[in-house]
Design a binder for this molecule. Structure first.
Ligand SMILES: [Zn+2]
Length: 349
């Protein structure tokens, strides 16, 4: 009888469900992306985009100690869970450094990575990796980033890093391999890896090539870690197109971002939480006309700076439901921290 009972039990057991706690977390910041930026890209394309498949959607406020944030304070809010002054990188208004999610993930032993379409020392990635009163001092930020033991760091901006003996000694001690150019980065499959896609600032999407392969490469390099992975991706140039008041640049960056999301969510599978949001909206963009079936769209910018609008949050995978609702950017930090198993006395699980 026993085998029969066991068979019966097995037959009624529920199908395996995705784990409630993600093994890996991918956090994607589209700098300057408000609802209109993605609406415009969707209208121009005329067919569904991947972001529409989100399993959970929320809204977050973006302010810093001022109503209109910059990218340094916006990223610091999400990295550390604190409000700070515009321009500050990973520190409180009084200059006290704050512990970032990336630093916590490194301490917890997770596989960690950063992939951006700006210089790696630019405000958003810098706020997860460094602590400085001014985002503008990128050479000083680079000197800090040199020594951060993140497993994979990919983006532009080699020109901000010193090439002196001291810097090379730090990389040698960390056993870091440094590669230049996307093809070389993609051909290398060991960590720790620093990959400079461009010597300075990467060009717009149309000239620099797709970001999805770089993000996938980074995820593949770190997701074997027994503690799980934490990957930060920034679609940096949605913001730059907004500052330039060039809607086509903005929409091209959203297209690049959408391809990246599709690739990462698919590759991540059932055990990976992917969260997409922005640090703020850029340009006060309006979508005023176009066709429902794709083609040119009419847009208008209200400013060449940031606006104070709430920004959307999209999530896929285990734990996605926690990102539903309306909350502050510092609350987003808490949600990510919980998803990473940090601050719960669990370490990295
Ligand atoms: Zn900006």
């Amino acid at each position: 009888m026993l085998p029969l009972i066991l068979t019966g039990l097995l037959a009624t057991a529920p199908a395996a469900e995705p784990p409630a706690v993600p093994r890996h977390v991918v956090f994607v910041i589209a700098d300057g992306m408000g609802l209109t930026q993605i609406s415009a890209a969707r209208a121009r394309k005329g067919t569904p985009m991947f972001w529409e498949t989100a399993e959970a959607v929320g809204l977050q406020s973006t302010w810093s100690t001022e109503l209109v944030t910059d990218s340094a304070a916006g990223a610091t809010a999400m990295a550390c869970g604190i409000k700070t002054d515009n321009g500050r990188i990973g520190q409180a208004p009084d200059g006290t450094p704050c512990t970032t999610l990336m630093e916590e993930a490194i301490t917890a032993g997770r596989g960690t990575g950063v992939v951006v379409t700006s210089r790696v020392t630019h405000a958003t990635p810098a706020s997860f990796l460094a602590h400085h009163p001014s985002r503008r001092d990128e050479p000083a930020i680079a000197r800090q980033v040199l020594g951060v033991p993140v497993d994979v760091l990919i983006g532009g901006g080699r020109d901000m890093f010193p090439a002196d003996k001291h810097a090379l000694a730090i990389w040698r001690e960390r056993k870091v391999t440094v590669f230049d150019g996307t093809a070389n980065i993609l051909a290398h499959d060991k960590t720790p890896l620093i990959g400079f896609t461009f010597e300075g600032s990467p060009p717009p999407a149309a000239q620099r090539g797709p970001t999805a392969p770089l993000a996938l490469h980074a995820l593949n390099l770190i997701d074997d870690d027994p503690q799980g992975a934490f990957l930060l991706v920034e679609a940096s140039q949605v913001d730059w197109g907004g500052h330039a008041n060039q809607a086509a640049w903005v929409m091209d960056e959203i297209d690049d971002l959408d391809d990246l999301l599709r690739a990462v969510v698919k590759a991540g599978g059932d055990d990976t939480l992917v969260v997409l949001t922005a640090d703020h909206e850029t340009g006060g963009l309006s979508l005023l006309g176009g066709s429902r079936t794709g083609g040119p769209v009419q847009t208008q910018f209200a400013t060449d700076h940031h606006s104070a609008a709430y920004v959307p949050v999209y999530a896929w995978g285990p734990g996605a439901a926690a990102f539903t609702g309306v909350y502050d950017n510092t609350d987003l930090h808490a949600k990510l921290r919980a998803a990473l198993g940090l601050g719960l006395g669990l370490g990295a699980r």
